[in-house]
Design a protein around this ligand. Structure first.
Ligand code: HEC
Ligand code: HEC
Ligand code: HEC
Ligand code: HEC
Ligand code: HEC
Length: 501
């Protein structure tokens, strides 16, 4: 037992030597002498998590056995495990799309990406130094870890968080896994008066705040510091932050309740008849105002379903519902220049507490699919149609950001991104237009505009590159659909909200 442990430590130090060397290479002569590999390893386990902001309380040396598996919690916390097992948090390490991109990152950065990416996707693997690269897994290579670490962002990751390291990060903001872990007897959570025979409990205000989520939902490039993903920052600048409505109030309650939160601009606990009260654990005596859903439903309908984990179908149904209630769509047509008409489609972000889309704004795709037909059935304009390869063409109106490397070349690889050269996401409670010019054929008496707002987690080409040709077919979720018929004088004669698929 002891000797395997020592071997593991050797592996960590060995890997880390490579990491520090490549960091020094990219940071050039500015790198402080403290970054020398031997010294860093001597500085202890927390330093060995760099460049991630992940930290270990009191710099204890941790092993995988210091963490419990979710099934140990399931016995008493049935409601929490039910949601979590179908969530992307439970798959943050196993997710094949992540694994493939991580493998590419690992190879391109001489290993720096091991801790960099792993800090958020498997905090247990990184704090215990137990993740190994295996070039034979998947299309590009993959990673293995002890079973505790395979559960990604597990119960014992979040409930071992004893503090934030945000103050120590370069910009003082949460991000890059700015959490301190203290696994063991004590579970940190939202209650001030909680008692359990199984574990100690400690109140943590952090768990009730958006900053807790922001620790991992703000991603800075570890070398050039570019904010690649900034869901927390978007939220911080939104009306939701002003109204004190944290991430938890939308992502740790059913979508039906989250809709009420966004429409009334109130905390989840203040939504009338939310029906979320109950016992936080089997055998507990005290009724709680809210027992939180742990499904952390976002927009991903691909991965949990593809892996067929328990709870996947329920999570997928909620994700579709969440997407279908995020935006509103409206349209108008007016006389343009030189006899042309201008169609404007207005998309409003009514219920997302951040931009639409958020996070991987350079990969996630929300786009407009528009058809204009005249009264003879002739198609006058077609835009945003999926082709035989499950892709849309370049002049489609896409809400998202476009990322480039330091030479201005298009890239979606996080380790290469230096900036965005186009910004087109929709801010919370704000709107953006998609605009189209068209001409009515002579003699047309009326015309019909059909518009759909669609969502894909990624372009089919990205999926093919990471997983192999057509290994998965990226599904399309229809977020909204609207049809309007106008007469030749541009007066609306018929409006239809189309049924959603
Ligand atoms: C991504 C982090 C995260 C993960 C993973 C997670 N939790 Fe939680 N959990 C929280 C947060 C945050 C709260 C407090 C929410 C609030 O009060 O605003 C919470 C609340 C709780 C509570 C208090 C009662 C309640 O539900 O509100 C219990 C018990 C709990 N979690 C158990 C678990 C168990 C068991 C698992 C694994 C199946 C788990 N948690 C996974 C973040 C997490
Ligand atoms: C600060 C925490 C953090 C770091 C560091 C991080 N990620 Fe992530 N990653 C996330 C979060 C959060 C999401 C989910 C966002 C969403 O779904 O909208 C995510 C999602 C992804 C996805 C999409 C998975 C899917 O199935 O859609 C890929 C791919 C990915 N990350 C790759 C990487 C790589 C490669 C690195 C290192 C270069 C990295 N991540 C570093 C937090 C992080
Ligand atoms: C034998 C039953 C049992 C097991 C097993 C168990 N818990 Fe608990 N847990 C409880 C009880 C009872 C409470 C108190 C609930 C209350 O106060 O409403 C509790 C409370 C909590 C809280 C809230 C703490 C606070 O102060 O806010 C968290 C978080 C938590 N448990 C996490 C976990 C995690 C993570 C695991 C697995 C590693 C786990 N529990 C395993 C029974 C259990
Ligand atoms: C330890 C880091 C960590 C913490 C803390 C964390 N997350 Fe995550 N979260 C992730 C990662 C990593 C993923 C993406 C996994 C993937 O796609 O492979 C993710 C995924 C998600 C998703 C699913 C996105 C999708 O595309 O469907 C939601 C929603 C989410 N997190 C919300 C939250 C909320 C709310 C909190 C705070 C209560 C939180 N997270 C705390 C790391 C974290
Ligand atoms: C008012 C409700 C609300 C609040 C508050 C909120 N969200 Fe969301 N979130 C949504 C909705 C609706 C979606 C689906 C639309 C989308 O993908 O943006 C979503 C989607 C997401 C996704 C998946 C994005 C994707 O397409 O991959 C992540 C990750 C996420 N939220 C994290 C967070 C975090 C972290 C916070 C707090 C900093 C937060 N959310 C606050 C409503 C909310």
């Amino acid at each position: 037992m002891k000797s395997t442990l020592r071997n593991r430590m050797m592996l960590v130090i060995g890997l880390f030597g490579g990491l520090a060397a490549s960091l020094m290479y990219s940071a050039g002569a500015d790198t402080p002498p403290e970054a020398a590999p031997a010294k860093l390893a001597a500085e202890g386990p927390t330093a060995a998590c760099k460049p991630s902001n992940l930290a270990i309380k009191a710099d204890r040396k941790l092993t995988a056995e210091d963490f419990e598996e979710p099934k140990a919690c399931a016995k008493c916390h049935e409601r929490q495990i039910k949601g979590w097992q179908g969530s992307m948090h439970s798959l943050a390490f196993k997710d094949p799309v992540f694994q493939a991109e991580w493998a590419l990152a690992f190879k391109a950065t001489n290993g720096t990406a091991l801790n960099d990416c792993g800090g958020c996707h498997t905090p247990i693997g990184i704090t215990t130094g137990t993740v190994k690269f295996d070039p034979t897994l998947g299309k590009h290579g993959g990673f293995t870890a002890p079973k505790q670490a395979e559960h990604g962002v597990s119960c014992d990751v979040c409930h071992s968080v004893s503090g934030s390291t945000a103050k120590r990060s370069l910009n003082g903001q949460p991000g890059n896994a700015s959490i301190e872990l203290n696994p063991g007897e004590t579970k940190y959570g939202p209650f001030k008066d909680s008692k359990s025979g199984y574990h100690e409990t400690e109140y943590s205000e952090l768990h009730t705040k958006a900053e807790f989520c922001g620790s991992c939902h703000n991603i800075f490039h570890s070398v050039n510091q570019f904010p690649i993903e900034h869901t927390y920052d978007e939220w911080k600048n939104s009306p939701y932050a002003q109204a004190d409505i944290p991430c938890q109030d939308c992502h740790m309650v059913p979508v039906d309740v989250a809709i009420q939160v966004a429409d009334r601009m109130v905390r989840a606990k203040d939504v009338p008849n939310h029906g979320l009260g109950g016992l936080a654990a089997k055998g507990s005596k005290k009724e709680r105002e809210i027992v939180h859903d742990h499904g952390f439903v976002g927009g991903n309908t691909v991965i949990a379903a593809a892996l067929g984990v328990p709870g996947a179908e329920a999570n997928k149904a909620e994700a579709i519902k969440r997407l279908q209630n995020a935006a509103d769509m409206d349209m108008d047509v007016r006389q343009g220049k030189g006899g042309a008409h201008e169609l404007r489609i207005k998309v409003t972000n009514v219920r997302a507490g951040h931009h639409l889309p958020t996070s991987l704004t350079f990969i996630r795709r929300i786009w407009l699919d528009v058809t204009i037909t005249d009264d003879q059935g002739k198609v006058i304009l077609r835009s945003g149609e999926l082709d035989a390869h499950n892709r849309v063409d370049e002049d489609t109106v896409i809400f998202g950001n476009h990322s480039v490397d330091k030479h201005g070349k298009s890239t979606v690889n996080p380790w290469e991104i230096a900036r965005f050269d186009e910004l087109n996401t929709i801010p919370p409670k704000g709107y953006r237009y998609g605009k189209y010019a068209f001409r009515l054929p002579d003699g047309a008496k009326s015309f019909k505009v059909e518009a759909k707002l669609n969502y894909q987690s990624y372009d089919q080409k990205v999926a093919d590159k990471l997983l192999g040709d057509k290994a998965i077919i990226v599904p399309t979720v229809e977020m909204k659909a609207l049809s309007r018929t106008y007469d030749a004088a541009l007066k609306v004669v018929e409006i239809r909200n189309l049924a959603q698929r």
